[in-house]
Design a protein around this ligand. Structure first.
Ligand SMILES: Nc1ncnc2c1ncn2[C@@H]1O[C@H](COP(=O)(O)OP(=O)(O)OP(=O)(O)O)[C@@H](O)[C@H]1O
Ligand SMILES: [Mg+2]
Length: 261
């Protein structure tokens, strides 16, 4: 009994993880201050749910409020189109890039690597090569600019390359370990293709440190958008579904409101 007491820590005295504000006040409230720093958080949502807007909001908040440099890896949208779309929210990505506060890397060519790659007697499969290249690009850029915040948008194509579950888990673990070495706080977006309330949970959700889900469903003929913190290791957080909107300054979360009264 005595021994177990010696090894116990009072929860009040335990060191709390450092937090990073997401730039979304209501979500920070749900998180009790913000995201735990230097972790990998998955942002899951359907088309148009606001994953990209949220990722950019997180990076712009880091730069403008805390002077933290950001790295954004785009796999779907071209940087020019992204800058154009985000200007509507008042985020001048081109200027942030010119001032070396933000770097946008277009990693979409990795989607179309034509064949397996031969290195001496070894063959690196196309999917492994693209994953290795992604990790390599991120590592180089993040170190070059001393990035504090990182967004990969989306990782879906990379994980879908691995239909076999063990391979998929290994690839994700390798990616997450690579990111952990960088000391950045990481958001990885993931496309949800089925109704979020009935979806199959993916291995990347188990492997990431946190999961935010952007839900969208119809209730009494009304489209309802709600955010849920599915998990966030190391911190206590709100577990409820809370409504959110995409408004002129980005994502807004109503942390005190409920979806079902
Ligand atoms: N200026 C704006 N003001 C308010 N809402 C906007 C504005 N621009 C876009 N939206 C909303 O945001 C949605 C797009 O958000 P976003 O691109 O972040 O979604 P996403 O989850 O990344 O989607 P995808 O999976 O297709 O990439 C649009 O469908 C629209 O509903
Ligand atoms: Mg998007």
């Amino acid at each position: 009994m005595k021994a177990s007491l010696e090894y116990s820590i009072s929860p009040d005295e335990a060191v709390q993880p450092e937090r990073l504000s997401t730039g979304v006040k209501g979500l920070d409230d749900m998180l009790g201050g913000g995201l735990p720093s230097k972790r990998c958080v998955l942002v899951c949502g359907g088309p148009g749910s606001g994953k990209t807007i949220f990722g950019i909001q997180f990076l712009c908040n880091g730069v403008t409020k805390y002077g933290e440099t950001g790295l954004y890896i785009t796999l779907d949208e071209s940087p020019s189109k992204l800058s154009e779309d985000m200007a509507a929210f008042g985020w001048d990505l081109e200027r942030l890039c010119k001032d070396n506060q933000l770097v946008i890397v277009d990693a979409s060519p990795l989607r179309t690597i034509p064949a397996d790659v031969k290195v001496g007697n070894f063959t690196i499969h196309k999917k492994d090569f693209s994953m290795l290249s992604l990790t390599h690009i991120i590592k180089n850029k993040a170190q070059e600019i001393n990035a504090k915040r990182l967004v990969i948008d989306p990782i879906t194509m990379f994980v879908l390359q691995y239909p076999e579950i063990t391979e998929r888990r290994n690839a994700i673990v390798n990616l997450f370990e690579g990111l952990a070495d960088l000391g950045t706080t990481n958001l990885l977006t993931s496309e949800l293709r089925v109704n979020v309330l009935e979806r199959e949970i993916q291995p990347e959700e188990f492997l990431s440190d946190g999961v935010l889900v952007f839900h969208s469903f119809v209730d009494s003929g009304r489209v309802v958008k709600a955010i849920q913190i599915e998990k966030m290791r190391g911190i206590s957080h709100d577990h409820e579904l809370r409504p959110y909107k995409i408004v002129k300054h980005g994502i807004e979360v109503f942390a005190r409101e409920r979806i079902y009264k």
